[in-house]
Design a protein around this ligand. Structure first.
Ligand code: ADP
Ligand code: MG
Length: 641
């Protein structure tokens, strides 16, 4: 007899479980299922994320529902639309051999009338987010007055998100004699209050220690200077070629900015946050599940409860404001018994938060150093060698082999291997040999460059230019980069950090190209207009002063980027919001950020095509990850204003 059978589950469920590939019940399932099957009771079940709570209530629920009765018998409340869809999907899987059970998802952002219609057709189980449920009740579109079961899933997260009042109001619309099952990872006071208020003698199940982190997750931190956060993220990704991760930022803005930077640098990344449309969010999640996205950059709210298997790393790009949130973040990895790593990129001033988190998760962090360029190259090289070894050969290729052999016949095996590996590897070498060690030093060598997150990049002696063309001339960063490379006859990695604003742009080259840039570009016309290029400032030169907003020139006589804004005729006051655009090179970024979102906004079509062919895949001097990530699979970058 299999273990699920011992719990008292019926044939059709056992068959569905077989399809799901679950071999043994998890602890919370083992404890909850028999109790819930045996009698109608209230229950509070506490178990970490990733321990299989959905099935713990889902299996008994499906078994208890009367499939012949079309009335709504159960309501499952869950915190987010994403989770709501996930649970609905799971319940449908569980009940696939049980004829006549209908599960309907009810959540905001989709047509309420369609949802109401689905319910009317007979939904024994409704899975809903509290907000939309309340809305439906108010409009009389749903009747939950006779339900037998109410499940509060991820109760702590629902309350975290401020759904207390909705929940109370929804519950008061349900009959007293129903059973209420509350599932939660933690038991904060508000959850206890709900339990006390709305449940009668609930059975209690606790799996593991309350509030403790999942032990399949190991925790690491990397100490860096604030300005190196982004570089650290990239290196961590490069050092883990198979990374499949959720990267957490604190704000929507940072989330968007970091995702854009990663995409720009050739990583398969996307942003997930509340400013995206539902369709965009769905698209992103679909790509993530399908693993077209390796790095999902998300806000806490957007990533709540996301259950994607096999996430290898959670990266805390920034620590959350509330350290309790750390637990929710790290719970996105190490799911279903798999191992996962939760990484924190931390600056000195945040170090004490690490010890506070250690107390909460009752686990120690391991302090690690950001891998050096050499180490990353080694890792990538080995990864490539393994990839070659494991690649399955499609015998279609046999037809081409004679010709290929012809070309390569004079090479020895050794030479051939060297060359093959170099095809991929040279890019990494070229990138990393220029780059320095970025682990934070304890000495005072740090230059203060403001603590802005992710927008600051070390130029490593590169020269930054200002040029008077921008998105108004139908450039985005990719097309401008292509245009510059072409006009200046430079190589693929020679123009970098291209930052396109409305009426002007910035870009970098190494110093040896400066003469060429100045000579050639200043003598080029673009649709009848003279291009004007100037050296903006060198890295580290002319330190920015947060308070000095209006000044004309910085002390070194070098132009400050922000002050270029007024140059553009007709730009008016609205243009000032761009003044912070220079903050990439160090400076404050409070305010002023929104106005320049166009820099990587949707691509424009326009008359410029002939002179500036648009590049397809992204390209930058950073090594590209894996294959070309073509436009079709590239998540759309939404406009933010
Ligand atoms: P929780 O709600 O506790 O965070 P989920 O119910 O979302 O956890 O389950 C986490 C993952 O574990 C899901 O991918 C689920 O399919 C898987 N899972 C659940 N129960 C089992 C089981 N008994 N055996 C194997 N995998 C399971
Ligand atoms: Mg869950």
């Amino acid at each position: 007899m299999n273990k699920f059978e011992q719990l008292g589950l019926n044939e059709s469920l056992l068959k569905a479980i077989l399809d799901l590939g679950f071999e043994n019940p998890s602890e919370v399932q083992e404890k909850a299922i028999p109790l819930l099957l045996e009698k109608d009771t209230d229950m509070v079940a506490l178990a970490q994320t990733g321990t299989g709570k959905t099935a713990a209530f889902g299996f008994p629920l499906i078994q208890k529902i009367d499939a012949d009765n079309r009335n709504t018998q159960a309501l499952v409340l869950s915190p987010t639309r994403e989770l709501c869809l996930q649970i609905t999907n799971e319940l449908k899987n569980y009940s696939k051999y049980e004829k006549g059970i209908n599960v309907v998802a009810v959540y905001g952002g989709a047509s309420i009338t369609e949802q109401a219609r689905d319910i009317k057709r007979g939904a024994q189980i409704i899975v809903a987010t509290p907000g939309r449920m309340q809305d439906m009740i108010n409009r009389g579109l749903v009747n939950i007055k006779n339900i037998d079961y109410c499940i509060l899933d991820e109760a702590d997260e629902m309350l975290n998100m401020g759904f207390y009042e909705d929940i109370v109001s929804i519950l008061s619309d349900t009959p007293d004699e129903k059973s209420t099952w509350l599932f939660s990872a933690t038991m904060p006071q508000e959850v206890a209050r709900i339990a006390k208020q709305f449940m009668t003698d609930p059975l209690e199940i606790t799996v593991g220690t309350k509030n403790s982190g999942s032990s399949t997750v190991s925790h690491e931190f990397y100490l860096v200077n604030a300005r190196d956060r982004y570089e650290a993220l990239k290196r961590l990704a490069d050092a883990n070629p198979d990374i499949f991760s959720v990267v957490f930022c604190r704000t929507k803005r940072d989330t968007q900015a970091i995702a854009e930077k990663l995409i720009e640098d050739g990583y398969s990344a996307a942003a997930l946050h509340g400013d995206l449309s539902q369709a965009q969010r769905d698209g992103v999640m679909k790509s993530f599940r399908g693993r077209q996205i390796q790095m999902l950059v998300a806000t806490d709210v957007a990533a709540r409860g996301i259950d994607v298997d096999n996430v290898t790393h959670v990266v805390n790009y920034q620590l959350p404001d509330e350290i309790e949130t750390y637990n929710h973040r790290s719970g996105r990895t190490g799911r279903a018994g798999k191992l996962g790593t939760s990484i924190v990129i931390v600056t000195k001033s945040e170090l004490r938060k690490i010890s506070s988190i250690e107390r909460i998760i009752k686990q120690k962090f391991e302090e690690k150093t950001i891998p050096s360029g050499i180490e990353i190259c080694e890792i990538q090289l080995l990864h490539l060698a393994n990839k070659i070894k494991d690649t399955e050969v499609d015998h279609e290729i046999d037809n081409y082999l004679p010709a290929i052999n012809n070309v390569l016949e004079d090479l020895s095996k050794e030479e051939l291997i060297k060359k093959m590996v170099s095809v991929e590897f040279n890019r990494f070498i070229a990138y990393y040999k220029k780059n320095r060690d970025i682990s934070a030093q304890s000495s005072g060598e740090r230059r203060e460059r403001g603590d802005s997150e992710g927008r600051e990049f070390n130029n490593n002696g590169a020269v930054r230019y200002f040029v008077n063309i921008g998105s108004r001339d139908n450039f985005d960063w990719m097309s401008l980069k292509d245009y510059l490379k072409e006009t200046l006859d430079l190589g693929r990695d020679d123009v970098f950090k291209v930052d396109v604003k409305e009426g002007f742009s910035f870009f970098n080259t190494d110093p040896q190209h400066t003469d060429k840039v100045m000579d050639v570009l200043n003598n080029v016309q673009l649709e009848g207009r003279r291009i004007n290029v100037e050296i903006s400032k060198n890295d580290g030169g002319g330190r920015r002063d947060h308070n000095n907003r209006g000044g004309g020139r910085s002390s070194g006589g070098q132009r400050r980027e922000g002050n270029f804004a007024p140059r553009r005729e007709g730009s008016g006051g609205g243009f000032r919001s761009d003044r912070n655009s220079g903050s990439r090179d160090g400076g404050s970024r409070e305010g002023g950020f929104r106005g320049d979102r166009n820099s990587s906004g949707p691509k424009r079509e326009g008359g410029f095509r002939s002179s500036a062919p648009r590049s397809e895949g992204g390209s930058d001097r950073a090594p590209r990850r894996s294959e070309n990530f073509g436009d079709s699979s590239r998540p759309r970058r939404p406009r933010r204003d």
